[in-house]
Design a protein around this ligand. Sequence first.
Ligand code: AMP
Length: 277
Amino acid sequence: MEIVWSAVDLEPVYGGVCVPTMGALHEGHLALIRRARDEADLHAQSLPVVVTIFVNPTQFAPGEDFSRYPRTFDADCEKCEQAGADVVFAPEVGEVYPNGPEAPIDPHIIIPAVAREPGLEERSRPQFFIGVCRVVHRLFELVRPSAAVFGEKDYQQLLTIRAMVAEMGLPVTIYSEPTVRDEDGLALSSRNVYLAPPQRKRALGLSKALKAARSATSVTEAESAMRSILLANQVEIDYAVVREAHTLMPIESMAFGARALVAGRVGAVRLIDNMAV
Ligand code: AMP
């Protein structure tokens, strides 16, 4: 496996399968890399698998954890190699944003409607998906993959990227992988390392709430069950909703294609999770 620091050295791996990450890799990321390896090996001449590791400043709001986001580069590279990556691409901020991260976004980049759906991430992180679309678009420009893999853990992000790729006509197939969880149900996240043991226990409120939503018979019942479980676990709720699974618009009934999504804070740590219901 090779570590590439600058996009000028990426030409031999154009057309590969890309896994964009911010590093601090865990089993969730590794599931994405293994999926990328499997997809890449379906081709007669196996495609390269390129993992990008870049902590993207434009998706953090002022006061969020950009500067203290966990950085574990050497361990990440070892994990990438074991999971079947051919290349780790770790660009500098200046290569991803030649005019600086503060420069305005390229007006050609489409931020799809699903990114702005009221009552979800836009409520507490209005700039977040602008930063995500911007970095993913730029990474695709540098890596030129034929496919990329994203996790369902960040469900609104997955739909946003699928829609951006479709609406902009980008030649990249998007694959997704289910959320990888600890045995007790907590969705793996690079931010879980911030949780002290009692907070980690409270964080289980998110997956417990989602499981309760699955056994509810109406949207109202599901949403109120989720709120009570989150509150009982002292999770400060951002949202706890059931939405249509493709548009994330509000729905009337649980009968068909619904997704429950939760976000909240345990102490200073913001966590998100979701499940099909
Ligand atoms: P991040 O490094 O947090 O930006 O995440 C990089 C990719 O890994 C995104 O596509 C995430 O959705 C995915 N991911 C993060 N956590 C998990 C998880 N627990 N299971 C599956 N995929 C995940």
